[in-house]
Write a protein that binds this ligand. Structure first.
Ligand SMILES: [Zn+2]
Length: 481
């Protein structure tokens, strides 16, 4: 029998505000356990939360980036549950009135474009972290993450494969990254996803029973966990075993999941309005002001790169994978006035160096403008393309400007035709045999002679000029026979 998978995602994204959602404790990653928490974020009795305005603004930005409607009236609720990483035994979240609702994003699939609906985006506080390893039979609790502002992006069950899920998460990640509200570092857990999977026999409409896998923090693991769960459910159905609604834990090292607990429904959490925080209200004008303050998002940039700059889609997507890289590209393109050359040079030469040296775009020790000046020098035939690579490598090593490197290393292209002519004549007299072969019709010899001349000019001869003069000199000798 054939089965149709249905996948929904809950993507959790930690917001990069300076302080936590209800107190002044700083938001950052790592550090000594329990050094960034206070009575408020650990929920000690008698403390009062004060809502961080920036966190609300960031949630609205996320909603606008993901094409959601923003509720002018929303409120916070208590979600009650006991878990050791949440010392106050309830989480402040949003229940029936989230800040954002009804959005979505278009992704590319092998069958064309597909719109994945987003049901809601709500704001909540993150819980702490349990440390299980290396303490024998104990687990320790680190509450540094308690109260870090978190948004949860809940999709409709519109995804039907692990590839679609991966594509969607990647696109959401880019939108949030460019919105400037989160660093979206999956490896540090600031972006992670819960995956809901069900399968149903082909030809039926009713969705199968779903299971949920929580806190998966890499694109690869998201895809692997989905594929594995689809396979597991199909095997059970084939054996006539019913799927139970449950939460499972994905173990990416073993490549398998195991049952964690039966799935709670909303009523198990006994939600009620948070009494200590007033509802969140916004006017249309305030929401518009936030919209207008937002930077250009990757889908707009993609349009501009492909349509206005004439880049191909692969190159445009590649440049957009990092905010730093796209900014670097834009200032290089602006400086040299040729986006296509800037894109080619960055993709071929700069990315190669980053890759070789295991660096990321934020580690480039010079600005896009400086690179733009090097590209302009190549276009103006002031430095040859061969030497430009050496210049680039030295820019990475020393941080010197291309102008300084070119002058120090004597890379300036020789555009003086009398100097080139003299060298070419010397080369031709030293290579009489090759000249005879060329005159005798062996065209290939031209490239050999061209190479000899370039080498004699230490790679600094303007290739166009060498070619032109060499041709002229050879023609003269041809005529002389
Ligand atoms: Zn605190």
């Amino acid at each position: 029998m054939k089965y149709i998978p249905t996948i929904g995602l809950e993507i959790h994204c930690e917001l990069s505000t300076k302080s936590k959602i209800f107190c002044d404790c700083p938001v950052s990653f790592g550090g000594e356990p329990n050094t960034r928490c206070c009575p408020v974020c650990t929920g000690m009795p008698g403390t009062l939360p004060v809502l961080n305005k920036k966190a609300v603004e960031y949630t609205i930005k996320a909603g606008l980036a993901l094409n959601c409607q923003i509720n002018e009236f929303s409120k916070l609720d208590r979600k009650n549950y006991f878990y050791p990483d949440l010392p106050k035994a309830y989480q402040i979240s949003q229940f029936d009135l989230p800040i954002c609702k009804d959005g979505g994003l278009t992704i590319n699939t092998p069958d064309g474009e597909k719109f994945i609906r987003i049901e809601r985006i709500h704001l909540e506080e993150d819980a702490g972290k349990l440390l299980h390893d290396g303490f024998g039979k104990y687990s320790l609790a680190d509450y540094n993450r308690c109260g870090v502002p978190l948004i949860e992006i809940v999709t409709k069950p519109d995804l039907s494969s692990s590839e679609e899920a991966k594509e969607f998460v990647e696109k959401v990640r880019l939108m949030l990254l460019y919105s400037g509200i989160s660093d979206c570092r999956m490896e540090e857990g600031s972006l992670r996803a819960d995956v809901n999977v069900s399968v149903r026999p082909y030809g039926t409409d009713e969705l199968g029973t779903r299971t949920e896998m929580k806190n998966i923090n890499s694109l690869k693991a998201i895809a692997r966990s989905i594929d594995s769960e689809i396979q597991r459910q199909i095997e059970l159905l084939e054996e006539g075993i019913l799927i139970t609604q449950e939460t499972r834990r994905w173990d990416d090292n073993k490549g398998e999941s195991k049952s964690l607990r039966s799935k709670e429904d909303a009523h198990d959490y006994r939600y009620f309005p948070e009494p200590d925080i007033v509802p969140i209200t916004f006017t249309k004008e305030e929401i518009e002001a936030i919209r207008n303050s937002m930077p250009e998002l990757p889908d707009k940039k993609f349009q501009r790169y492909t349509v206005d700059f004439g880049l191909n889609e692969t190159d445009a997507s590649l440049l957009l994978t990092s905010v730093n890289l796209s900014n670097f590209f834009e200032s290089a393109a602006d400086e040299c006035g040729n986006p296509k050359s800037a894109s080619n040079f960055i993709i071929v030469e700069v990315l190669r160096i980053l890759n070789d040296r295991k660096l990321s775009p934020e580690d480039i020790p010079f600005s896009g403008n400086v690179l733009g000046r090097l590209i302009k020098m190549i276009e103006n035939e002031e430095v040859t393309s061969a030497n430009s690579k050496k210049v680039l490598s030295e820019m990475f090593d020393t941080g010197k400007t291309p102008e300084v490197i070119v002058s120090e290393k004597g890379y300036k292209v020789i555009n003086d035709s009398s100097e080139v002519e003299e060298t070419i004549r010397e080369i031709l007299s030293k290579n009489e045999k090759a000249v005879e072969e060329f005159i005798g019709g062996k065209e290939k010899t031209f490239a050999f002679l061209m190479g000899q001349c370039s080498r004699a000019l230490a790679g600094r001869g303007n290739p166009k000029l060498i070619k032109e003069i060499l041709q002229k000199e050879l023609d003269k000798r041809k005529g002389g026979i």
